[in-house]
Structures are given as C-alpha cells and as structure tokens.
Design a protein around this ligand. Structure first.
Ligand code: SER
Length: 324
C-alpha cells in the first residue's frame, strides 16, 4: 500500500522540520502539509486545515487518500496558561477529530506527540520512569496526559495504530518554538550569535530534559517505522536526549562567545519547569524500538551556533523572521 502522509500543524517548530524529512522519505507528492495558515514559498501540497473542524480534516483525508496522520497542532505549556479552558478545548478537540477521522477511514498509523509536561510533583525528578504517576500542573500537561490515554483507548477499543513520544524540550536552528517553557534553550543561541545579552526566564539551575531537533525527528520516524508488534507502550514513550540547566548552556556558549552576558529573571515559567523532570528514563523506547540519542550539549552548541551564523549571514531578508 502506498503511504500518503498528512501533517497537521506543519508550520510549527517540529512540524516544519518533520515535513521536510517525511518528503525525503515518502516523496514530495505523498506528503500533505497543513496548518491554520498557508506557508509562503512552501514547495509541495499544502492545505489550510483548522483541526477543530472535523469535516475539513475528513475532506483532505478523502481527497488525498491519506494513510498516515501526524497530529502536531497544540497550544504549548506557557501559552496555554493564558486561557486554560480554551487550551483544553483546542488540544482535546483537535485530537478527538484526528482519532475519529482515523478510525472511520481506517488510517494505517497516527502519530500523537506527548511531552515531559505530563509529569508533575508525583513523579521522581531524576530518571523519571515511563510509568511514573502523572499529576501535571499545566493545562497543556493535563491535555497531553489525557491525550495519551485516549490514544491507548483508540488502540485497545478500535485497533487504531496510534503511536506517541513524550518529547523533551526540542532545540533546533531550522525553526522557532512558540509558547513553551523550554523555548529559552533555542532563544539563547540566537542571542549569542547576534551578540546580544540574554534575559533568561528560568533560574540558572533549572535543569530540564532537552533533545536536538535531528534526534527528535529521527525518534519520530523510527517509532513510526517500527513493526506494530514491537510497540508495547500505547500511551506514550519517554525519550531522552540530554539534560542541562541554563547555566550549563551558558558555559558551553562562552567557550565560543566569552563575553556573552545573561541576566536571570525567572517568571511563571520557572514554576512550570520546577515540576518537570530533571532527567528521563527512556529504557522502554530503547528496548522496544532501539531508541538512542546522538547529540550531547557540546555538539548541540557547536551545531546551533554554526548553523545560525550561516542563517544570519545569508542576509537581512531572513533576519526579521529569525528574530525572537
Ligand atoms: N517544549 C514544550 C513546552 O515547553 C514541552 O513539551 O511547552
């Protein structure tokens, strides 16, 4: 059977990079990107989809004979706290729509991203196990914890092959995050390359699990490629990249930019970060589908700085788009 992929949320931090990888894997004509707004200069099939509208998702699935859906649209942890009930509605309704359309049209595989935000004070801070108690304190985390259980429900009840990863904070040079608590770890590299000071909204010792974009994309594709019988976790898999604090990133950056200045001005996002794990036990993902991260903090730092320098050097045209 030919694989035809629909990506919902294709303009986002992960979605935009994943779309390109899936195009390489399945061929441009077999990947349909979608988001609330079109993307200027996008090469390939792009559809406007508001994922709160189930009919619109269904229309595109039928039109292109879609066989796999990656549902990446969501309101993230920090942004979500501005309007908690709206965040819940959007994050859940879009997921229900994807699950229902997938069930009805016998979609072969569905990807649902979860997050370290599902963990709260009830989980061990260090090496947090896959099956730790989940008591998230953000509406985003609550929606992801509920979403994982709905993913498992659709698998158990209808046999729908939904697969999920709990992403750590994702760091990449290709795109910008929006509305998350881990976003500082992308912003800080932009400021370093632009030789500007950085105001950090977390405390200097706020250690969080993070992952480099290349590793995050590879994990997603490896999970989606794994044979069905190897997937034993139907809620969501922990995956680890590395763990670090703002102070540790600053130390790495100063090896290349010795004058880099940082002020710590923790805000409400520090409260969110304080309840999330420091590090993640990803042994279930390692055992079931061979997960292993490649990028450590040193390699992330040198790659981020080199790639962002190239991007900014390419001219003022893209500069505005890159500025945070
Ligand atoms: N990076 C996300 C956030 O900070 C966590 O999944 O909200």
């Amino acid at each position: 059977m030919k694989t035809v992929v629909l990506i919902i949320g294709a303009n986002g931090q992960l979605g935009s990079v994943l779309t390109e990888s899936l195009k390489q894997k399945f061929g441009n004509s077999n990947v349909i990107a979608s988001d609330l707004r079109s993307r200027e200069g996008y090469e390939g099939s792009f559809e406007i989809i508001d994922a709160t509208d189930i009919n619109r998702i269904e229309e595109v699935v039928v039109q292109y004979k879609v066989t796999q859906i990656y549902h990446l649209a969501a309101i993230l942890s920090a942004k979500g706290e501005e309007t908690p009930l709206r965040t819940w509605d959007i994050n859940m309704q879009t997921l229900f729509n994807v699950l229902e359309v997938s069930r009805k049209h016998n979609i072969d595989r569905v990807f649902f991203p979860s997050s370290i935000a599902v963990f709260g004070e009830g989980a061990p801070l260090e090496n947090t196990p896959n099956n730790a108690y989940l008591d998230p304190a953000t509406v985003y985390g609550i929606s992801k914890a509920a979403g994982e259980n709905w993913a498992q429900y659709y698998f158990l009840r209808y046999g729908l092959d939904v697969r999920s990863i709990r992403y750590p904070g994702v760091i990449g040079y290709q795109s910008l995050p929006g509305g998350g608590t881990t976003d500082y770890a992308v912003d800080i590299y932009h400021k370093a390359v632009l030789e500007q000071d950085f105001n950090c909204f977390l405390k200097e010792n706020a250690t969080l699990p993070m992952i480099f974009m290349e590793d995050a994309i590879r994990a997603t594709i490896e999970l989606m490629d794994a044979p069905k019988e190897d997937i034993h976790t139907r809620t969501s898999y922990n995956i680890a990249g590395i763990s670090f604090s703002p102070a540790e990133v600053v130390t790495e950056i100063r090896k290349l930019y010795p004058d880099f200045k940082v002020r710590y001005e923790p805000d409400f996002r520090q409260e969110i970060a304080a309840r999330w794990p420091n590090s993640i036990d990803d042994s279930a993902a390692a055992k079931d589908w061979g997960w292993k991260p490649k990028y450590d903090l040193k390699l992330i730092t040198t790659t981020m700085i080199q790639k962002l320098k190239e991007k900014y050097r390419k001219g003022s045209k893209n500069q505005a788009a890159l500025m945070l």
